[in-house]
Design a protein around this ligand. Structure first.
Ligand code: HPA
Length: 283
């Protein structure tokens, strides 16, 4: 098992290397979810670092995830964009998943925008909807897999951080406003995201439990990064693209699959791009 990302000096080394090699000084970071990596295409004056070239940086293995850190300007604002994120199921090493977030913090980032692909648990949601995350359920956390387990480093944050306000309410209000201006109100939702470890999609019985728990959407990412971002005081905005409905009926004959997820992201990615670039100047 890797120990990557577990000592402060490693984080510092990576951050210093990036500050030495990039001209931009971003205060906003964007993590692009499955199939949503082309959000990085919006950036101008880009400096691109493949993850494999960045000291101590993990490497992403999932199709639909490019694996590079892109610095640049979005609407004139310095940003850094993770094109390709890490999932717990890739390595079972949660500190690999959250490593980049602490790097963002050390780079001086103040706001983190996280996007993901998610399955709809809420019956009123449609494929293609965009859900602002208002709260999450850290299901792996219930089972002892929390990204803050292990020794706490006070230079990042406190031992027992509150998570009740992890998703910034002002940023959520900005999304609503921007969506109205763009004419997206009919596809905009606000709800609770539940993280499962994956890589299996949920069984019918599991979907029923998640609905009972109060989750509106389910996915295999985001929560570890948000926990670490909130721990070190970053403001967080989470956006889920609803790529599919979960299977809740044994007789439906339907199955969720990654191709369907990627097809929906391709269909909706431009609208998500518009939303993020409208927001960025107002954050
Ligand atoms: N379940 C879990 N993760 C997902 C799904 C889903 O239905 N869709 C996209 N990511």
């Amino acid at each position: 098992m890797h120990t990557r990302g577990q000592c402060y000096e490693e984080y510092e080394e990576t951050a210093r290397w990036l500050l030495d090699h990039a001209d931009q000084r971003p205060d906003v970071a964007i993590i692009c979810g499955s199939g949503l990596g082309n959000l990085a295409d919006l950036l101008s004056d880009k400096t691109v670092f493949p993850y494999k070239d960045i000291p101590h940086f993990p490497i992403s293995t999932v199709p639909g995830h490019a694996g590079q850190l892109v610095f640049g300007k979005l609407q004139g604002r310095d940003c850094v964009c993770m094109q390709g994120r890490f999932h717990f199921y890739e390595s079972s090493n949660i500190s690999m998943v959250t490593f980049p977030v602490r790097i963002f913090f050390l780079l001086g980032v103040k706001t983190l925008i996280v996007t993901n692909a998610a399955g709809a648990l809420n019956d009123s949601y449609n494929t293609g909807d965009i859900m602002t995350i208002k709260d999450h359920i850290n299901l792996p956390g219930f089972a002892g897999v929390n990204s803050l387990c292990g020794q706490n480093d006070d230079r990042f944050g406190v031992r027992f951080p509150s998570m009740s306000d992890a998703y910034d309410s002002d940023l959520r209000a900005l999304v609503k406003q921007a969506a109205e201006e763009l004419g997206f109100e009919s596809v905009l939702r606000e709800g609770v995201y539940c993280m499962v470890a994956g890589p299996t999609y949920e069984t019918v019985a599991e979907c029923k439990i998640l609905q009972l728990l109060g989750a509106d959407a389910v996915g295999m990412s985001t929560v570890p990064e948000v926990v670490v971002a909130s721990h070190c005081g970053l403001r967080v905005l989470g956006l889920s693209l609803i790529t599919n409905k979960v299977v809740k009926d044994y007789d439906s004959g339907e199955k969720v699959n990654h191709d369907e997820v990627l097809r929906t992201t391709q269909r909706r990615t431009q609208d998500l791009q518009k939303l993020v670039s409208t927001l960025i100047t107002r954050i």
